[in-house]
Design a protein around this ligand. Structure first.
Ligand code: DAH
Length: 620
């Protein structure tokens, strides 16, 4: 059953009743589906709501809400029990939601202001509060010196107090209204549009303020070009932050509440649940944490001064109850701890069950795909001799090609100088026998000569080497530690056609049956000829065009992923293999980049993969 999204027609609903349609219990996280909801499911750049779902026998503290095929999942920790068909009361954290609405409407006002000033420019994407980012990306250039004018126009739109309205419409109606859709939207579903005053409507699924006069002060902060889109960052300020201390005092004298009883209830329920979880886990020092002078209860109790006089009495009663509940729960710890020493029949605390990290999942999938065609997964050291990382790969000391790898060197004595170099027989300098410099592997190509040695220089060789690599680099598409996978095939009569067939096999199995590979001439020291490898874009099917416009995902129809080529004779020689008898191909590239290009994933900053952010990682 689909969940009715009440917030689409009334974004000011703070509380509502609903019926539980379905419940899934996964260890500590409970997922609740309802017949209708006021909780905003994350999407359209707006973060999910948090809050509580209270039934007669239990309460879910909602920590994330997401949309899944028409159904909305409310995820969180459950205390007590909830059952199908229970009637429950939903309360959202209104302060947070209102801030999200401010950010979202501000994004639309910014979009409108830009359209008013620069004709034919429109926003194609935006984020309003997710991971603390607020921006709109525009299709055409916006110059930094245009920002003051945009700022003025925003202020005009807000000062004009324009009504903001929303409406559900069909695709045909959208067409008839002549509304420009900046991006592709599902054709089989009705759409929601929003309009600011009499300006043309735009598609929107988020929660909006009722009038631009309600907007907190919006400031346009910067503009940056990113892959041919112009990203304008903005922020909003709570008006209180701008107001003088006198005006806040005046507000208090006028008895305008800064915190509502509803918000206090949300915080109180969260606190009670946290205590219960801590008690269940047997965490130490709970008394100080909750009931100490600067403990969580006193922090909550302090907010009573910000509650309006009409609700203050009820708030006081609520706080008394919370304190009693915390005290009772903490008493249980002491008895529990005493008992646990002797009561061996008590059930244990269930561990939180996670899942494999997305990069590990990707590595396993890559391994499976290559194993299907006879490759063997191997793994070689990530701290290795310079010999394997560079020199055996046709890059003698001081060769300029080494500069492409921003190498971390390991500070151990270099014994190279003790060794005579014999250019006719590079294996004489084999460092596991004679020493040399030590580096953190900059690529998985270090496995090539190691594998030839492991196989006693006797093909056929067919390996896939997946390992950590390190380089001095850090930005949205690079991390200092990352993973690469490397393929190597050596046998008699191996040709470029075998390489191309292998790349196509991978493309079709990893990305989808219609994806193709393409190789372009390039240069690597360890292959001849060398290529760069591209895969066709699964969104535009390699055409670079979606609905008559440039494909936003790839811009050109293809994604560049890595390098490949026919193994250089000097590399074969370094591994003791006769290049007159055998040939081979190799390829290698980054696991993270390969993974983030998968259909359905939209990760624009690979550093997120290593941010240890559970909420982010749980999505995969
Ligand atoms: N090792 C290269 C790098 O990290 C990638 C590469 C290119 C690997 C060509 C190969 C190859 O095996 O044949 O940039």
């Amino acid at each position: 059953m689909k969940t009715k999204q009440l917030y689409l027609s009334d974004s000011y609903l703070k509380q509502a009743d609903a019926k539980v349609a379905e419940i899934e219990q996964n260890e500590k996280i409970t997922v609740v589906y309802l017949d209708q909801t006021i909780f905003y499911a994350q999407g359209g750049g707006q973060p999910a709501d948090i809050g509580i779902i209270a039934g007669k026998n239990g309460t879910l503290t909602v920590s994330h809400v997401s949309y899944n095929n028409g159904k909305i999942q409310h995820k969180g920790m459950l205390s007590g029990t909830l059952e199908e068909n229970d009637v429950v009361t939903l309360t959202i954290d209104w302060k947070k939601r209102y801030e999200n609405m401010q950010l979202h409407t501000a994004g639309h006002v910014l979009d409108q202001a830009v359209k008013n000033i620069i004709p034919n420019v429109y926003g194609v994407d935006g984020t309003h509060g997710i991971q603390g980012k607020n921006y709109i990306e525009f299709n055409e250039e916006i110059k930094p010196d245009q920002l003051p004018q945009i700022q003025k126009e925003i202020e005009n739109i807000c000062a004009a107090g324009e009504d903001i309205t929303t409406q559900m419409v069909t695709h045909a109606e959208i067409k008839a209204m002549g509304i420009h859709l900046p991006f592709d939207l599902p054709k089989n579903k009705d759409l929601r549009i929003m309009s600011i005053g009499s300006y043309p409507a735009m598609p929107d699924g988020g929660t909006q303020l009722k009038n631009t006069g309600e907007c907190w002060p919006i400031s346009v902060d910067s503009v940056q070009e990113k892959k041919n889109l112009w990203r304008v960052q903005y922020s909003v300020k709570h008006p209180q932050h701008k107001k003088s201390p006198e005006s806040i005092k005046k507000k208090k004298e006028e008895h305008l509440p800064l915190v509502s009883l509803e918000e206090l209830k949300v915080h109180a329920t969260r606190l009670e649940q946290e205590v219960k979880a801590d008690v269940d886990e047997g965490s130490p020092d709970l008394h100080t944490k909750y009931l100490g002078k600067n403990g969580l209860f006193n922090q909550l109790a302090k907010t009573i001064k910000d509650i309006g006089p009409a609700e203050r009495k009820q708030a006081g009663m609520l706080l008394n109850q919370v304190k009693a509940k915390i005290t009772a729960a903490l008493k249980q710890t002491t008895t529990k701890q005493q008992h646990s020493a002797i009561d061996l029949t008590m059930p244990g605390t269930a561990p939180h069950v996670g899942h494999l990290h997305p990069v590990t999942q990707a590595m396993r999938e890559i391994t499976d795909i290559f194993e299907q065609i006879g490759f063997t997964r191997v793994r070689y050291p990530e701290v290795d001799w310079d010999w394997y990382v560079f020199e055996s790969l046709n890059m003698p000391p001081h060769h300029p090609a080494r500069d492409e790898w921003e190498t971390f060197f390991v500070d151990v004595p270099d014994t190279t100088k003790d060794v005579a170099y014999d250019s006719n027989n590079p294996r004489k300098r084999h460092p596991s026998l004679v020493g040399g410099k030590v580096v953190l592997t900059t690529h998985t190509s270090n496995g090539q000569v190691r594998e030839m040695e492991r196989m006693d220089s006797t093909p056929p060789i067919r390996f896939i080497n997946i390992a950590r690599c390190y380089r001095r680099q850090q930005d949205a598409t690079h991390t200092q530690m990352f993973h690469q996978f490397e393929g190597l095939v050596i046998d008699k009569h191996i040709t470029i056609q075998h390489l191309k067939g292998t790349l196509d096999h991978f493309a079709q199995h990893f990305y989808g049956p219609t994806v193709k590979s393409r190789i372009r001439p390039f240069h690597f020291q360890f292959t001849e000829p060398s290529f760069e490898v591209d895969f066709s874009c699964h969104i535009c099917d390699g055409t670079g065009v979606v609905n008559g416009e440039k494909c936003k995902f790839c811009k050109s129809g293809w994604h560049e992923v890595g390098g490949a080529g026919m193994v250089h004779p000097n590399v074969l020689k370094a591994g003791g293999i006769d290049p007159d008898i055998y040939t081979g191909f190799a390829f290698g590239w980054g696991v993270e980049r390969t993974y983030t290009l998968k259909p359905g994933l939209n990760i624009d900053d690979i550093r997120l993969l290593y941010s240890s952010n559970i909420q982010f990682l749980e999505q995969f």
